[in-house]
Design a protein around this ligand. Structure first.
Ligand code: HEC
Ligand code: HEC
Length: 281
């Protein structure tokens, strides 16, 4: 019988998945646990020694690491770790983050699709200034350069250099697959750009069950259906499903966009179906 040939493979698969499950259980999810708290004290979640065993950190890099996990860096209480992995086991969880890995970023010759290159890379912690200004609400678009202090930039540069070869590092320049350059201010994106993007998502039949997973792995960092977290609750935010689709692809205010390689149209349609099922719409 042919089927017997597969039994050893099956056993192996079961073993491997059991192993990875148990190892996940021991991981503390990155920063997410702190982000829902509204306490005003500074909350930092330094990586526990040992989790980044292959990476040695000098004092500056350690400061940078604290910033990276700090959920109180800006008014929004969102940490770099919520949106980017650093390749350490702490951020190797099941979250789907809006931003790509920061491991390898110091090997890239340009970031933010060409917005930062040459001298501007180190001056802006490889583009982190823009994130701190807009997504963490530390400056506005006209004063991005002031979003991080010189010390903070220094620390982040050292930390980013230290994680340059962390697991999953991406050293080649990142081609961000946004549908349009984000506006980074309160101006809504151009209607002509928005319409076809929203239409493509809304015409897909969404599966609420699959959407529940998408929601918990991505939106769930910042949103719940009924309660305010980093972002508004869905009962308030999701009045109009076309607007939900638009927000996910283009971002809005402090919320970052999801590029096409981060969430597919189908995943967004599924998340919307889940939200609708929860709101009874
Ligand atoms: C709300 C989510 C969010 C937060 C918070 C955030 N970022 Fe980002 N960041 C993004 C997105 C989205 C991009 C676009 C490029 C991408 O997809 O990685 C980006 C881009 C970057 C880039 C440029 C990458 C490249 O090659 O183009 C760097 C460097 C960076 N972020 C560092 C940081 C650091 C350090 C922090 C904390 C101080 C931070 N970010 C906070 C979402 C975020
Ligand atoms: C890293 C945090 C973060 C993640 C992850 C996130 N959001 Fe948001 N979201 C926000 C914030 C912050 C706001 C409020 C933006 C503002 O008004 O400045 C927001 C606002 C919204 C709004 C209201 C838009 C409006 O027009 O007022 C919708 C809808 C929304 N998010 C949907 C989603 C969905 C769906 C997902 C998952 C696919 C998601 N968000 C993931 C932070 C996040």
């Amino acid at each position: 019988m042919k089927i017997f040939r597969f039994i050893p493979i099956l056993v192996l698969l079961i073993l491997v998945s059991a192993l990875s499950l148990t190892s996940c259980k021991n991981e503390k999810p990155a920063a997410t646990t702190d982000t829902t708290k509204t306490s005003t004290t500074t909350q930092t979640t330094p990586a526990t020694p040992g989790t980044t065993s292959s990476v040695t950190l000098n004092d500056k890099a350690k400061k940078g690491q604290l910033l990276y996990y700090n959920t109180s860096l800006g008014k929004r209480k969102v940490a770099c770790a919520n949106c980017h992995t650093d390749g350490s086991s702490k951020t190797q969880d099941h979250q789907i983050r809006q931003g790509h890995t920061l491991a390898g970023v110091t090997g890239r010759t340009s970031t933010w699709n060409g917005m930062y290159k040459g001298d501007n890379l180190k001056k802006n912690a490889h583009g982190a200034s823009l994130c701190a200004a807009i997504f963490q609400h530390r400056a506005d678009i006209t004063t991005v350069g002031n979003a991080l202090s010189a010390d903070e930039v220094d620390g982040l540069n050292e930390y980013l250099a230290a994680i340059n070869s962390a697991p999953g590092a991406m050293t080649s320049d990142l081609k961000i697959q946004w549908v349009a350059k984000p506006t980074f201010n309160d101006d809504p994106p151009n209607d002509k750009l928005v319409k076809p993007v929203v239409k493509a998502i809304m015409k897909l039949p969404g599966d609420p069950k699959a959407g529940e997973t998408v929601f918990s792995q991505s939106c769930g960092t910042c949103h719940s259906i009924n309660d305010k977290k980093i972002g508004p609750p869905m009962v308030k935010a999701a009045q109009d499903m076309n607007n939900v689709a638009q927000t996910v692809r283009f971002g809005t205010g402090d919320m970052a966009f999801y590029a096409k390689d981060v969430l597919s149209d189908q995943q967004i349609a599924d998340a919307i179906a889940y939200i609708q099922s929860q709101l009874g719409k």
